[in-house]
Ligand binder design. Structure first.
Ligand code: ZN
Length: 741
């Protein structure tokens, strides 16, 4: 099944012409071209894809990497991830929270889905009025997926045979749900003064979403009726109970405040994250708030789609959630390695609070160890986390006090963490890892309320060798997840039996209380066993990841993602009625993301017969998909071969999904105040300097403007009158805007 090597050898050498494209490419459907109406300009983009073929020089192929922007003399120290320091951060919000003490800012754990958290303070509309405009999401966000809907219907209309030939499911809900988070693209690097070479080291960039969408589109073109796409525009809250349970009361608020404060700092060309954070990995802007709230909303949407309907037939079983920033390095109270909040743990907490999910297995297939996810599992088991919540952070520390050994009762939900990763990469980067880091990333324990299993990726020279590792070593994470869920079920059955025994004792007592010395309390049943399987789906272990991200030659073939995902779905059919929810974690090159997600989605499917085809993971396919990740991609005018026809369609579909993620490679967030129409330079000169300050940053000043001759025309006077009116309004509104922070 996996003899990709042979196929590679037969491929023609580097050549962008269509004749060089592989003919062995197999689509499941014959795809005909739709019309090419593309109105975008040429552009070069940074992506971070590895090319194995020696004839393709990664550093010189400008169609792939805009490496000419690199200033070669500059040493890029930031490319070496720094491991976290031991220092604890002050997590107390700086400003006093304007909140009466009568109501707790964090609602008590609630099983009522209708109970809304009191998050009014942390809503953009309730912060300083100047942030209202800043926090307005991009106008390019296509909330109702109209562009995708049209692109998909064009695709079907151009290919009427697909309607007939395509296999499909009986019910809608057998489809795999792909949930996009359009607000995720709002989180972007905002230090505008950095060099271009520094900028090229920013791996966690909004354009990752475009590459992800192209990966989704690749799967959609192969099996058009097996996937359902949805856009989540729900905004969650950083102080909702499921976030605070994981991250404590203080850290989410601190994060929110840092995002707001970043506006001023970035404008002053200062570093916007606290001095002792890893400034190379983590960046913030006010719009990061949009991304975070969007991610939280998307996580909730995903869980709602799995459990929300009382009729199980109306719920989906399989979902892939396309979000960023990623989450698995995030500890309870320490952001780390691009991660601000621990998305998967928050999702599990939400599923517990809203839908009674009692047990969850996290299968983490990212290149890196999910140290944050694991640390939170220690906290859930009742131990103090390495970067866990202090007593003052905790939602309710008194409910369950620690014993003299520092342990408290493990509470629901019980979460197991099972990871396959490279032990030489972050946070155990060779040469930078501490003993503690290495121990954590190698922990294997299935007791003491802990269910943690870590397996390390091995080198391989051909796929046969890789799949030997898979069958002998890597499946351990599946076996241990299986063991965890089996034992959990047995324990539940045991607890339920104990409950039944106690209930019968209680009933006897009720009948003849006089026979008993003391009252028998009414027993409470254990919560019904309801397990879930989650995937921390990182694609940075891909063979096509950037060598700077993946410095040790430890990787996986693209087919791996389909294989392990298929096996995870099998496990879910045994334990969770087939429910699996997968969250995007890492994956930084366009090639790794697009091909990895393509493969992952082929595996994340309800059809056991559906198999990954090895011709889909080749370098030629990857190269075609990567072209579509550049801002100003242009389709082949007359695509001839199967692969170029296919790639055109995939890219068109992918680009239609999240238009606001189609950004130039050197995109840097900078807030530009929308200039009221009458306030042009000419008028501002007349009405005085105070209004001129309202204009955008001095960097944007056009020297030509200064030399323009003023002409006192009729429209000029009209403009001036309107500008004076504007001025009055501005003065009025600045009087009203009393900052709350
Ligand atoms: Zn990673």
């Amino acid at each position: 099944m996996h003899n990709m090597g042979n196929l590679r050898d037969t491929l023609q050498k580097d050549n962008d012409s269509e004749e060089s494209l592989i003919s062995q490419f197999e689509t499941t459907l014959t795809i005909r071209p739709t019309s090419n109406e593309i109105d975008e300009l040429q552009d070069l983009s940074i992506d971070h894809t590895i090319l194995h073929n020696n004839t393709i020089n990664y550093t010189r192929d400008q169609s792939i990497v805009d490496i000419t922007e690199l200033e070669e003399e500059e040493i890029i120290l930031e490319q070496i991830p720094k491991f976290k320091t031991k220092r604890r951060y002050s997590l107390q919000p700086k400003q006093a929270v304007r909140k009466s003490t009568s109501t707790s800012p964090v609602p008590k754990k609630s099983t009522s889905p209708n109970q809304e958290p009191d998050d009014s303070l942390y809503r953009p509309q309730h912060v300083d009025s100047k942030f209202e405009a800043i926090l307005k999401p991009s106008v390019l966000i296509d909330q109702s997926l109209t562009r995708f809907t049209k692109a998909f219907s064009d695709f079907l209309n151009s290919n009427p045979h697909i309607q007939k030939e395509s296999p499909r499911f009986v019910t809608e809900n057998d489809k795999t749900l792909v949930i996009l988070s359009p607000f995720s693209a709002e989180h972007a690097f905002g230090r505008r003064w950095v060099t271009k070479s520094y900028l090229s080291t920013i791996f966690e960039r909004p354009q990752r979403l475009l590459a992800s969408c192209i990966g989704v589109a690749a799967a959609v073109t192969m099996f058009p009726f097996f996937y359902k796409l949805s856009n989540s525009t729900k905004r969650g809250s950083v102080i909702s109970s499921h976030v605070c349970k994981i991250h404590g009361k203080n850290w989410p608020k601190k994060l929110f405040e840092l995002c707001l404060e970043s506006h001023e700092k970035l404008n002053n060309d200062d570093i916007e994250v606290p001095e002792d954070w890893n400034t190379g990995d983590i960046y913030l802007t006010p719009k990061t708030i949009n991304a975070i709230e969007g991610v939280l909303g998307t996580i909730e949407t995903a869980m709602d789609s799995l459990y929300g309907s009382k009729n199980p037939q109306e719920n989906h079983n399989l979902a892939f959630v396309v979000i960023r920033p990623p989450g698995h390095h995030s500890h309870a109270c320490l952001p780390s390695g691009f991660c601000l909040l621990n998305n998967v743990q928050i999702g599990i907490q939400y599923a517990y609070e809203q839908y009674g999910v009692t047990h969850a297995a996290i299968l983490d297939i990212d290149l890196h160890h999910g140290d944050g996810s694991q640390d939170i599992c220690w906290e859930r088991a009742g131990f103090q986390g390495d970067y866990g919540q202090d007593e003052e952070d905790e939602v309710d520390p008194k409910e369950n006090p620690r014993d003299e050994y520092g342990k408290r009762f493990a509470t629901y939900p019980k979460v197991g963490y099972f990871s396959l990763h490279d032990i030489k990469s972050y946070p155990t980067e060779l040469g930078y890892a501490t003993k503690e880091n290495i121990k954590n990333a190698s922990t294997c324990i299935m007791d003491h309320d802990l269910n943690i299993w870590n397996v390390h990726l091995q080198e391989w020279s051909n796929e046969e060798e890789f799949y030997k590792h898979y069958l002998t070593k890597y499946v351990a994470i599946l076996n241990r997840a299986n063991q965890f869920l089996n034992q959990a079920k047995k324990q539940y059955e045991h607890e339920y039996q104990t409950y039944l025994n106690n209930l019968s004792k209680y009933n006897k007592y009720l009948l003849k209380p006089y026979l008993y010395n003391q009252a028998i309390p009414k027993p409470t049943p254990p919560p019904p066993f309801k397990p879930l399987i989650t995937i921390s789906a990182g694609f940075d272990a891909s063979e096509y990841e950037n060598p700077q991200m993946q410095r040790h030659g430890i990787n996986v073939p693209t087919s791996f993602y389909a294989t392990i995902t298929k096996d995870i779905v099998k496990l879910a059919k045994i334990h969770t009625n087939g429910k699996v929810v997968s969250f995007l974690e890492g994956g930084y090159s366009d090639g790794a993301l697009s091909t990895g997600i393509f493969s992952h989605l082929i595996g994340l499917n309800n059809d056991e017969e559906l198999l990954w085809n090895d011709t889909w993971g080749t370098e030629q396919v990857m190269r075609e998909l990567v072209k579509g990740c550049k801002k100003n991609w242009l389709p082949y005018k007359k695509p001839q071969s199967d692969i170029s026809v296919w790639a055109n369609e995939v890219i068109k579909l992918g680009r239609s999904m999240m238009p606001n993620a189609i950004l130039p490679a050197n995109y840097v967030y900078e807030y530009q105040q929308p200039e009221p129409a009458p306030l042009n330079k000419m008028v501002k000169d007349i009405i005085g300097s105070s209004t001129a300050e309202v204009s955008s940053s001095p960097l944007k000043k056009d020297p030509e403007d200064e030399r323009k001759i003023m002409r006192h025309t009729r429209s000029y006077y009209k403009k001036m009158a309107s500008a004076q009116k504007q001025q009055l309004i501005l003065e009025e509104s600045s009087k009203q805007a009393t900052p709350r922070y």
